[in-house]
Write a protein that binds this ligand. Sequence first.
Ligand code: FES
Ligand code: FE2
Length: 488
Amino acid sequence: MRPIMRCSAASRSRGLMERSPYTMSTLEPRRHALRCRVPCGTIPPGCRFEMPTLSADDIARLVEPDRVHRAVYTYPQVFDLEMERLFGRAWLLLGHESQVRNPGDFFTTRMAREPVIVARHTDGSIHVLVNRCAHRGTTVCESASGTARQFVCPYHGWTYATDGALAVVPFADGYDPPAAGRSDLALARVPRVDGYRGFIFASLAGDGPSLLEFLGHLRTSFDDLVDRAPDGQVEVAGGVFKHTYRGNWKLVLENHNDAVHPAFVHASSIWAAREQPKADGDGYAEIAVRQMLQNGAPAELWEGTGLWAAPYGHSFMGDYHTDDRLVTALDHPVFREYRAALERRVGRETATRILGVSRWNSIVYPSCSFMSQFRQLRIVQPLAVDRTLVSAYSFRLAGAPEQMFRDTVAFANVVNGTGSPVLTDDLEVYERAQHGLTSARSDWVFLGRGRGGDQPDEQRTWRGKSGTSEIHIRNQLEAWVQYMTDEP
Ligand code: FES
Ligand SMILES: [Fe+2]
């Protein structure tokens, strides 16, 4: 049997841990307002989706064991339900504690359709506040990040503390009772906020699985990233790359563990890299050329790469790199210095175990993809059924040689940068897929690669028949159905 992935499990969050900076709201669990108001029938193959609403049965019929209906990528009403039932319930990764290191530090982001502020309060606690003035709805902060003592609404001057409390109201006596300090006029708090190894997660749902249950075996991917730091911590550094594409949000999460696409989608950069003279030195070009060459690895290597699926739609891929400048076992002066620093903290045996983990991309569905080898995180935010924002962050390993971070930035530029010759290939195929799926001549997307060969593995994971299996996409859609058919 496949692992059960009910998103509505009755278990509650583990609550505040000792010294945890995370706060839990006392707000009532969110009520899901979108309901089927008009009875609707089943969706037969070929249906053109002219129904005003979708029932749970309608939604379930959109996903079959080896194929998915194109409406899942193109139908605005499906997107509306995703905002309520998937992004409105799942734990979403918002960022990292190093982005709000000191009291008053904040950054803004969004959860489903909610604009939110992540802020460190004066007592050290971290709050996720809905960015909407309680007076007449204006956002109280439009900066991407910064440090503030208070958030002042630009419209009539209502002023909020960094925990959302209403602190100042001009002409306060004009309200009955006076508005200043009223708890019912504070910035709304997102119901559940929690963290794992410094990564900040939040959920718009008042109940559901705890963060630890939700992450499951994917916790080890975060461990893999953080344990590599000689000083035991990682930090966001070097800015952020943001890009949008004209396609559905699922396309990028399906792509990151797709081991067949590099040889085709990235063919032009592979050819260009093969034309380069042999790389020499530690410069940016070396990392870029080596990564582009590796995308052209032989088919047997991709087939032999491990690919695992986990409950709640998560997945991770083993390393496919054979180039010793790109893998953990590299014998390089900078790496030897780094390894010595790590061994000083954890000892030789533990350092060998930590550096022996060879994962590539880990996907925590539905909000992010990250990898430890070059310390990258990509947060995925749906903007519309055919519009997606991706923000790519780089991490510095505290205590590691500075050259390690230069390699991280070099890798970010070649893979996640907005001028990247690799990323632009992927964006092109996402937009072509979205365009092709507007065709009504054929309704189904085929996802059968490797089906029938999936095998159960440790910690409730399933391993794909080979590294080129589409198990991770089938697994994402299985979780998608469970979120989407769980009616409020
Ligand atoms: S809308 Fe914010 S103070 Fe009036
Ligand atoms: Fe790609």
